[in-house]
Design a binder for this molecule. Structure first.
Ligand SMILES: *Cc1c(COP(=O)(O)O)cnc(C)c1O
Length: 389
C-alpha cells in the first residue's frame, strides 16, 4: 500500500513509470499469446484471456484504491455483476436491493432464475425487512447504495452484519460513489463491483466493469470464473479506464461540490416538488450517508410537477446532455420513467416513487454558475409556457 494520499497515489503508484521504457503511461499490450522459453519454464503470462499486463495494471490499481488484494477487469459492469454472481449454485437464494440497477435486475430475474438460483428483492434501507427475508438457502446479499434513481441509502455495516449472522457472502455495487467516497471493505463487504463506464473512466468513451475482493480463496474463485466465462476487458479499454482514473479525485471533488450546490438550489425552487440527494441534511438518509461515505456523491434526482413540465423543461435546458448513463465529465440528465425504468410497469414505477415528473442529474465539470443559470432559465421558461397554455 502506498503511503501517499489517494489524490497523489492516483498518479504516483507502481505504474507511474513503465519499467521497460520509462514512459509515463502504462503500455498497451495487444498480444493474445506469450512466448514460453522451453517446455518447463512458463512466464508471467501465457494466454491473454487468463492474464495481460495492461489489464493487470488496472486490476492492481482498483484493488489498491478499494483497499482490496485482488482486482478483476471485465468487458462491462454487467459482465462484472454476472460473472461474480456465478459464485452461486443451483438451489441457492439471493437477497437483493429492490431498486437495483436495471441490468442487474434483468440478469437476476431472467437469467439466474433459469439456473435454479432464487432471489428476493428487499428494501435494504429497512433492516427488519432484510432480517425477515433470509431463508434456509440464502447464500448471498447484494446491495447497491445509493440506489437509482431515488438515491436510497443502505446501512452497509448493519446489512453486512445480518448477512454474516446468516453465513452469507456480501456484494456491493459501488458504482455511484467509487472508493474515493465510500470504502465498503471497511464495513465487512466481501465483493465490490463497479461499472467503470461511469465515474472511474469518467469520459463517456468506454464500457468496462471491475470486481475487487480481499480474500485469497474468493480471489481464486473469481479469477477462475473470469477465465471460464471470458468476459475480460481488452487492453485498449483497460488503458482508457486507467487514463480516466488519473483525474478521478479532481473530477469528483468538482462534481460533488456542484451537485451539492445544485441540490440546494433546486430544493428551494418553487417549481421543484422534491429533491433526492443524500448529501442534503434534509434528506432522510443523510445520517447513514454521513456515517459511511465522505459526501453525497455527484448524482441527484428531482421531481417536477408532471410529465408536461418535464417535457418543457428538457426542451429548454441547454447544457446537460439528455441520455442514459452517468459519472462523466459532461453533466447528464435522464428521465428514469422512460429510460432506465422504461420496462417497469406503470403501477410499479408509481409505487416506487419513479413518477412521470422525476429527472436524474449526474453533475459534470461545467462551471456550476452556468449550470445553475441554465436550470434557472429552463425552469422560468417552463413556468411561462405553462402560463400561456
Ligand atoms: C451502469 C451501471 C451498471 C452496469 O454497467 P455497464 O458498464 O453499463 O455494463 C451496473 N450498476 C450500476 C449502478 C450502473 O450505474
Amino acid at each position: 500500500m502506498s503511503n501517499y494520499s489517494v489524490q497523489t497515489s492516483l498518479l504516483h503508484n507502481e505504474y507511474a513509470v513503465d519499467k521497460s521504457s520509462n514512459g509515463v503511461s502504462v503500455p498497451i499490450q495487444h498480444a493474445s499469446t506469450f512466448h514460453q522459453n522451453d517446455i518447463h519454464e512458463f512466464g508471467a503470462y501465457d494466454y491473454a484471456r487468463s492474464g495481460n499486463p495492461t489489464r493487470e495494471a488496472l486490476e492492481h490499481t482498483i484493488a489498491e484504491l478499494e483497499g482490496g488484494t485482488h482486482g478483476f477487469a471485465f468487458a462491462s459492469g454487467m459482465a462484472a455483476v454476472s460473472t461474480s454472481l456465478m459464485l452461486l449454485s443451483k438451489g441457492d437464494h439471493l437477497l437483493i436491493t429492490e431498486d437495483v440497477y436495471g441490468g442487474t435486475f434483468r440478469f437476476v430475474t431472467h437469467v439466474l432464475s433459469r439456473f435454479g438460483i432464487e432471489h428476493t428483492f428487499v428494501d435494504m434501507t429497512k433492516l427488519d425487512e432484510v432480517n425477515a427475508a433470509f431463508q434456509e438457502n440464502t447464500k448471498a446479499v447484494f446491495m447497491e447504495t445509493p440506489s437509482n434513481p431515488l438515491l436510497k441509502v443502505t446501512d452497509i455495516e448493519a446489512v453486512t452484519k445480518l448477512a454474516k449472522e446468516n453465513n452469507c457472502l456480501t456484494y456491493i455495487d459501488n458504482t455511484f460513489l467509487t472508493p474515493l467516497i465510500q470504502q465498503p471493505f471497511s464495513y465487512g463487504i466481501d465483493i465490490i463491483i463497479h461499472s467503470a463506464t461511469k465515474f472511474l473512466a469518467g469520459h463517456s468513451d468506454v464500457v468496462a466493469g471491475l470486481v475487487v475482493v480481499q480474500d485469497e480463496a474468493l480471489a481464486q474463485q473469481i479469477g477462475f470464473l473470469q477465465n471460464s466465462c471470458g468476459a475480460i476487458l481488452g487492453p485498449q479499454d483497460c488503458w482508457l479506464v486507467m487514463r480516466g482514473m488519473k483525474t478521478l479525485h479532481a473530477r469528483l471533488r468538482q462534481s460533488v461540490e456542484s451537485a451539492h450546490r445544485l441540490a440546494t438550489y433546486l430544493e428551494e425552487h418553487p417549481l421543484i416538488k422534491k429533491v433526492y440527494y443524500p448529501g442534503l441534511s434534509s434528506n432522510a438518509y443523510y445520517q447513514t450517508q454521513q456515517k459511511q461515505a465522505k459526501n453525497g456523491g455527484a448524482v441527484l434526482s428531482f421531481e417536477l410537477q408532471n410529465e408536461e413540465a418535464v417535457e418543457r423543461f428538457v426542451q429548454q435546458l441547454k447544457l446537460p446532455v439528455f441520455a442514459v448513463s452517468l459519472g462523466a465529465v459532461e453533466s447528464i440528465l435522464s428521465y428514469p420513467r422512460n429510460m432506465s425504468h422504461g420496462s417497469m410497469p406503470d403501477d410499479e414505477c408509481d409505487r416506487r416513487g419513479i413518477t412521470k415528473g422525476l429527472l436524474r442529474l449526474s453533475v459534470g465539470l461545467e462551471d456550476v454558475q452556468e449550470l445553475q443559470a441554465d436550470f434557472e432559465e429552463a425552469l422560468a421558461a417552463t413556468n411561462e409556457q405553462k402560463a400561456v397554455l
